[in-house]
Design a protein around this ligand. Structure first.
Ligand SMILES: [Zn+2]
Length: 116
């Protein structure tokens, strides 16, 4: 569980960061046909955001760097997010001064520097 303050997440969310839960691809079942948009991330990887083609709701993202993971947009579960407990913020280098995040959350200038 993490927060991402990269500029792409800021643009995609219209806010200071995205709130993300990483899940194994195998744990996710999608019905219907989401729409998607891919673009090149800072890392050079292809990052694809999937969203509902009917209402535009963000659903999940995926990176070519981590094909076995999906990044769930936590806001999708609005009203039922008691389980969400982010412990890190990535791309702190582009975090906005007005985007207040608790000091207990570790900051990484880009990606997390060390494995979990
Ligand atoms: Zn991001």
């Amino acid at each position: 569980m993490l927060l991402c303050s990269c500029l792409d997440c800021q643009r995609a969310t219209g806010s200071g960061h995205s709130s993300v839960a990483l899940v194994p691809t195998s744990a996710l079942t999608v019905t219907g046909t989401p729409k998607s948009v891919s673009r090149k991330a800072d890392s050079g990887a292809a990052f694809t955001r999937h969203f509902c083609g009917e209402c535009g709701m963000p659903l999940y993202g995926q990176s070519s760097r981590a094909p076995d993971l999906r990044m769930l947009a936590v806001g999708f579960f609005a009203g039922q997010t008691n389980w969400f407990a982010p412990r890190q913020l990535i791309f702190a280098r582009s975090q906005q001064a007005w985007d207040l995040v608790g000091d207990h959350i570790a900051r990484h200038q880009r990606y997390r520097e060390s494995p979990p």
